[in-house]
Design a protein around this ligand. Structure first.
Ligand SMILES: [Zn+2]
Length: 207
């Protein structure tokens, strides 16, 4: 089964208390996000990292405080979440990554059998991402200990809506333990590296 990881908007402005649009508690997710991203890189699992990349007078700022303006520190991803050439960064100017016209073609090229989603914020951009990914008809898992919501109630509603539509909830340790079982590291003496998890590494042509 070819899995694709989708790391949603884990950017400085969302993750840290001093960020422009801090998601409460999000800084505590950083070790989990880093672990998942590095696990994906080590296992050859394609990793999509979506990022807000706004202009200074972006229409979204009529509803939200200015955040993740292209060229600012707040728009960057923390170093711990960066894993190198195989990481496909998809920029967007709206909550929903599917507003990037290149995103559906990227998904087609990756030909995933399953998506694993984590990041921020559960009740906004993560919600948009999982809704669109479920609509592709492929199984989607949400990593409950690697997401944070703006509003706890809306976050809980998002999870209920997601599972009602057939989404599955998982955890970091469940993914990593199962992943290692299904795909031992190349150093493992008796077993070859899983071929079905090999990454396509062409960069995204994000707008
Ligand atoms: Zn935004």
């Amino acid at each position: 089964m070819k899995t694709v990881f989708v790391d949603v908007d884990t950017q400085i402005d969302f993750l840290f208390p001093a960020g422009a649009l801090y998601v409460p508690g999000a800084e505590r997710l950083l070790p989990a996000i880093a672990r998942l991203n590095h696990f994906a890189a080590a296992q050859g699992i394609p990793l999509i990292s979506t990022t807000d990349a706004h202009s200074e007078d972006d229409p979204e700022f009529r509803q939200w405080p200015p955040h993740c303006v292209a060229g600012t520190t707040g728009q960057l991803k923390p170093a711990e979440t960066l894993v190198g050439a195989g990481q496909i960064v998809v920029k967007k100017q709206a909550l929903d990554v599917f507003t990037n016209p290149d995103f559906p073609a990227l998904l087609d090229s990756l030909a995933a059998d399953r998506y694993v989603v984590y990041g921020v914020a559960t009740d906004y951009c993560v919600r948009c991402a999982v809704t669109g990914l479920l609509a592709t008809g492929k199984p989607v898992s949400l990593v409950t200990d690697a997401i944070a919501a703006v509003s706890p109630d809306d976050g809980a509603r998002t999870l209920a809506e997601f599972t009602a539509r057939g989404g599955r909830l998982t955890t970091v340790s469940e993914l990593i333990e199962i992943g290692q079982e299904a795909c031992p590291t190349p150093q493992s003496p008796a077993l070859p590296r899983c071929r079905n998890l090999s990454a396509r590494t062409e960069p995204a042509s994000g707008s």
